[in-house]
Design a protein around this ligand. Structure first.
Ligand code: URA
Length: 187
C-alpha cells in the first residue's frame, strides 16, 4: 500500500471537525499519485458526498471538459482534491476553523504527490493556498512560486455555471496552464 493510500485510509476515519457529522462520507481525492499537476477545490457538494469523489456533479462535468481541452485527465495525469474533505451543509462556504482543521490532510497529500503545479479552483482554495487577499477576478491565470511549487488560481467551475461570461477567461487560464506545463516539460 502506498503512503497516499495509507493516508486515505486514515483520512476516511477522520472526525476532527463537526463537518463529518453532517456528511455521508469523507471525500479524499482522485487521480494519479505521481501527478505533476494538482487541482484543489473548496469542498464536496451533494454529488461528491454521495459518490465519494471530488468534482463529479455539474461543476465537475464542466471541469472535465476544460481538462480534456488541454490533454489533462483525472484518470491519467492529474490529481484532484479539496480544501475540506467533508461536505458543508447546503454547500455553504467552509468556515475558517473547518479549513484550518482539515488542511493538514491536503498538506500530507501534497507531500506524497509532490506536484509541480497546483491549480486553485475558486476563491476559497486560492485564498487558503496562495494568499488571503487573492482576488480571482484580477489575479486568475497568474503563476505564483511558493515552497518550490507553482500556484495558479482560476474561476470555480460552479461560478462559471452561474456566470457564463467568464468562461473565455477560464479557458485562457487552462491554456496558460498547458503552456506552463509544456515549458516545464510536464506535458
Ligand atoms: N466544488 C468543489 O469545490 N469541490 C468539489 O469536489 C465539488 C464541487
Amino acid at each position: 500500500m502506498s503512503n497516499l493510500e495509507k493516508l486515505r485510509k486514515e483520512c476516511l476515519e477522520c472526525s476532527r471537525c463537526p463537518l463529518r457529522d453532517g456528511a455521508r462520507q469523507v471525500v479524499f481525492g482522485v487521480g494519479n499519485e505521481n501527478a505533476d499537476i494538482m487541482f484543489v477545490g473548496e469542498g464536496p457538494g451533494e454529488q461528491e458526498d454521495i459518490q465519494g469523489e471530488p468534482f463529479v456533479g455539474r461543476s465537475g462535468q464542466l471541469l472535465d471538459k476544460y481538462l480534456e481541452l488541454i490533454d489533462l485527465d483525472r484518470n491519467k495525469n492529474i490529481y484532484i482534491a479539496n480544501i475540506v474533505k467533508c461536505r458543508p451543509e447546503n454547500n455553504r462556504d467552509p468556515k475558517e476553523e473547518e479549513q484550518d482543521i482539515c488542511i493538514d490532510w491536503l498538506r500530507w497529500q501534497v507531500r506524497e504527490i509532490k506536484p509541480k503545479i497546483i491549480v486553485c479552483l475558486g476563491r476559497i482554495a486560492a485564498q487558503k493556498l496562495i494568499s488571503p487577499d487573492f482576488r480571482v477576478t484580477s489575479q486568475h491565470g497568474k503563476f505564483f512560486e511558493k515552497g518550490g511549487m507553482l500556484f495558479m488560481g482560476t474561476f470555480h467551475p460552479s461560478a462559471l455555471l452561474r456566470y457564463e461570461a467568464n468562461k473565455p477567461l477560464a479557458l485562457s487560464d487552462f491554456q496558460a496552464l498547458r503552456e506552463k506545463a509544456r515549458e516545464l516539460g510536464l506535458l
